[in-house]
Write a protein that binds this ligand. Sequence first.
Ligand code: FAD
Length: 290
Amino acid sequence: MKTTEIFKYKQVFSYEVFPPKKSSNVSTIYKTIEELKKLAPDSISVTYGALGAKNNEETFKIASAIKSYGIESITHLPCIGLTKEDVLEKLEELKKLRIENILALRGDLPEGDYKKGDFTYASDLIRFIKENGNFNIIAACYPEGHIDCKNIVEDVKNLKIKVDAGASQLMTQLFLDNNVFYNFKEKCELADINVPIEAGIMPVVNKKQIEKMTSLCGVKLPKKFIKIMERYEHNPVAMRDAGIAYAIDQIVDLIAQGVDGIHLYTMNNSYIARKVHEAVANLLLEKKAS
Ligand code: FAD
């Protein structure tokens, strides 16, 4: 099923997992998926490392396994370094595996030289996928603006190019201040971006994790969040529980404000996903027929 269809009748709740870095740990992801299955997810997406990360061959296998569990799956696909032939090959593989949903990305540019390939922006990949198959194409978006872009207005204009190229659903980078998301939604409406936008939420359960995200993606830390970190950073259990509570608080507000969907960055931790799910499952209402 094309995941965009699900937004027509409910607020969506989806999860993101990544292939374990070490091949010896690959089996652990299947246990995580079995646990996530108990949470009745609307879909699970699987990340894919740009520029030939070692564990990439696992992405499609995991996405295919998710489907065999009766859950809709989304595969991520970053395009930097890929030729058109590379992408055609991947699309053929996905067709064989009956995977219908692709999160089409550029990928982070590395420092220094790298093999350029045939695609500059995610919109180039989106256009190419659209011309070469019947896939549901999803794109990434950035409530605080993408780190490479000079300002949020330019970034939203570039997002509109992705939607016009064929993206029918969007997923945001994580954010810790819901007002940032609501302002971004307004800018999208002004730019005539009318596809469903899933809010990306990451329960932050340790300081290192968020330090990495702020340096990689420029995510801003609200004062309220900094206070939590300062208080609990040396107490792992308290930090974990506070991070989960913070994410739940964000999600409750987003759902009440009528968000199209929540995309939970699980970090492959099914305990965290379960705790969040237990707190919010009853809040996700079906849409009334109009
Ligand atoms: P683009 O949409 O191409 O944008 C990149 C930059 O170029 C932006 O600053 C944009 O404003 C600008 N731009 C876009 N189009 C134009 C244009 N026509 N003219 C001028 N400027 C333009 N990375 C991975 O490697 N693997 C993953 O699995 C992965 N999953 C992700 C999932 C989500 C939900 C998100 C939010 C990000 C994910 N990323 C992943 C990270 C992503 O690859 C990086 O953020 C990357 O730097 C940008 O990717 P993009 O698809 O948004 O690129």
